[in-house]
Design a protein around this ligand. Structure first.
Ligand SMILES: Cc1ncc(COP(=O)(O)O)c(C=O)c1O
Length: 380
């Protein structure tokens, strides 16, 4: 008999039954009174939970589209952008914005490390930048950026829009938009919200909205704040078809988050991440990110000598768990495992025990070591 597939890649993450049920409902007209109310409720909750008096947008699309939405509404051809890149997804901003004729400077860290805030501040003093981008958790390295502290420093640069990519963080790592002085925060549904892929979520401060107004007509059509704002203020209006069932799925995810409590959710992520890393290290692996900047949402795990990536991930999938490979220079050298969203103890035990069985089949006997460390960590 084949094992079930436990999706432990860093997104999409496992989708719990009650969220799946929302996606399986009969689709209704987007003007349906109950849907209009549900959509409005989702937007109200998102603003409240992430602590902003600004705007929120929920639009069909992926995280990359949200990156484009953030950039298109705040920067124009010829503007200066400072990108803080801690890996592959930080670098994606460079590619995206260079195409738009934006002048991009990059502060790039070694993978697994982060750029010190003092360095960011020095760069901002050097030259006038219209925006700064920071990837909260870069999914290629599992390094986390100190977005609250960066936000504090950004108070000294009131003309610079502070954009945070929360795709691999939001709903798993602490993010309070106004308190952290963030101008744009965005994410996608398939990561720590535990919804299937398909929705982009974006919060925008008054400062970001003012910048949008200054830009006048922008070349982009689908991702234009001005086009979506009337719908976000009155969900009975139409601009482009809302992803009805996905919005219901997000509503259920938010219900789960409220039931757990956002702060409890963040603490759970920290605890789970520590226990998962204890387990991973107990099996003989090393973690890529420096201890001082490890994310709670996923881990990037370096293989010990002699473990072949493709064999490992193929056997692991047979044993029931899917993990992702390393990106760029780390392809073949590590795997990436998610521990975010609505995963529970059994999911984690399932994943760690599947890794133990995989290693056993590859001639490395660490049976029981990972699970023991995990369980101990969960009891701490
Ligand atoms: C940090 C980060 N930013 C952006 C993206 C792009 O999101 P998507 O694949 O949904 O377009 C990802 C995807 O994994 C990500 O991890």
């Amino acid at each position: 008999m084949k094992n079930r597939k436990l999706v432990m890649i860093p997104g999409p993450t496992p989708v719990v039954r009650t969220i799946q049920d929302q996606m399986g409902r009969d689709t209704v007209a987007f003007g349906d009174q109950q849907f209009v109310k549900d959509f409005k409720g989702v937007l109200t909750d998102l603003k409240k939970l992430w602590g902003t008096t600004g705007e929120v947008f929920v639009v069909a699309g992926t995280g990359t589209m949200a990156m484009e939405m953030a950039i298109s509404n705040t920067l124009k051809d010829g503007d200066n952008l400072l990108v803080i890149s801690h890996g592959y997804f930080g670098d994606r901003f460079v590619e995206l914005t260079t195409r738009k004729g934006i002048n991009v400077d990059v502060l790039r860290s070694e993978w697994g490390k982060i750029i010190p805030i003092a360095e960011i501040e020095a760069k901002l003093r050097d030259k006038s930048y219209q925006a700064l981008t920071v990837t909260h958790v870069d999914t290629s390295t599992a390094a986390i950026a100190p977005i609250a502290e960066i936000g504090k420093m950004m108070e000294k640069f009131p003309d610079t829009i502070y954009i945070v990519d929360g795709v691999a963080a939001t709903a798993g790592e602490r993010e309070y938009v106004d308190e952290y002085n963030i101008d744009i925060l965005f994410t996608a549904s398939q990561k720590a919200f535990g919804v299937a892929p398909g929705l982009a979520i974006l919060w925008a401060s008054e400062k970001a909205m003012n910048r949008r107004a200054e830009l006048g007509t922008i070349p982009e059509y689908y991702v234009d704040f001005d086009k979506w704002l009337p719908i976000m203020h009155d969900t009975s209006k139409y601009y482009a078809t809302p992803a009805v069932n996905m919005i219901w799925a997000l509503q259920e995810s938010i219900r789960i988050i409220k039931e757990e409590g956002l702060e409890n959710r963040y603490e759970r992520h920290i605890k789970n991440a520590n226990a998962m890393r204890d387990a991973i290290e107990a099996m003989g692996f090393k973690i890529l990110a420096d201890e001082s900047n490890r994310a709670s949402t996923l881990s990037c795990v370096l293989y010990p000598e002699g473990v072949n990536d493709l064999n490992f991930r193929t056997i692991l999938a047979e044993e029931g768990a899917q993990v992702a490979g390393g990106l760029a220079a780390y392809a073949g050298k590590m795997f990436r495992i998610g521990h975010m969203g609505n995963i529970d103890t059994l999911d984690m035990i399932g994943a760690i025990s599947a890794i133990e069985r995989t290693l056993y089949r590859m001639g490395i006997d660490v049976l029981g070591k990972g699970v023991a460390a995990l369980q101990r960590g969960l009891f701490l």
